[in-house]
Design a protein around this ligand. Sequence first.
Ligand SMILES: *Cc1c(COP(=O)(O)O)cnc(C)c1O
Length: 224
Amino acid sequence: MTNEEYKLYIDDVVRRVEYARLQVSGHHIVKTIAVSKYSTSKEIKALYTIGQRAFGENKVQDLKEKAKELEDLPLEWHFIGNLQKNKINNLLDIHPTLFHALDSIALAQELQKKLLAKGMTLNCLLQINAAKEESKHGFMPEEAIEKYLQIAKECPNIILKGVMSIGAHSDEREVVKKSFETTHEIYQQLPNATICSMGMSGDFELAIECGSNMIRLGSILFNK
Ligand SMILES: *Cc1c(COP(=O)(O)O)cnc(C)c1O
């Protein structure tokens, strides 16, 4: 693809997001995070040139390398992957804009300790395992609100902004939809929550229909 062709291709994805959000309401704003985990710094730069500013990675090491290579660009970095306790300091050194995958009380407590020691705060989303899948991380739907409130109370350096979920792994639209609705219902009950991060390349339109206001697009944006 030439640069011009790539721009037209991206315009088409942007139009799809725009169409989906307008089905909800003209006031419903959806932010797109470009997930660059399969992509090189050069490819990130190409997307930046077209206007994308927010990028996401799911491995701390990859985030560190790409953030360093691209430090001259005014990018916003999101960490969307599972965070191991021994990688917390590495992640904090990058000062990410948002951590999407806070998935246990133990991780929250460890994060709180490290944040306090560094005199930092971190914007986080509580990850919800909406379809209760063994293969996925996150809090079960029935405990999510209680745990959210517990973290908000006990971890003052963690700034909770809302929730994140990965759509159910299913070919059935209704099953995926149900998982997004479960997450959105929890989101609506949380005090001061402003971010509902759900929807990926294969299901972002459905996620937006169910109330998502932050989508994480990888393969479709990088044309993989
Ligand atoms: C990889 C990944 C994405 C993007 O997936 P695509 O299907 O390529 O759009 C979104 N969210 C998380 C948590 C991911 O790991």
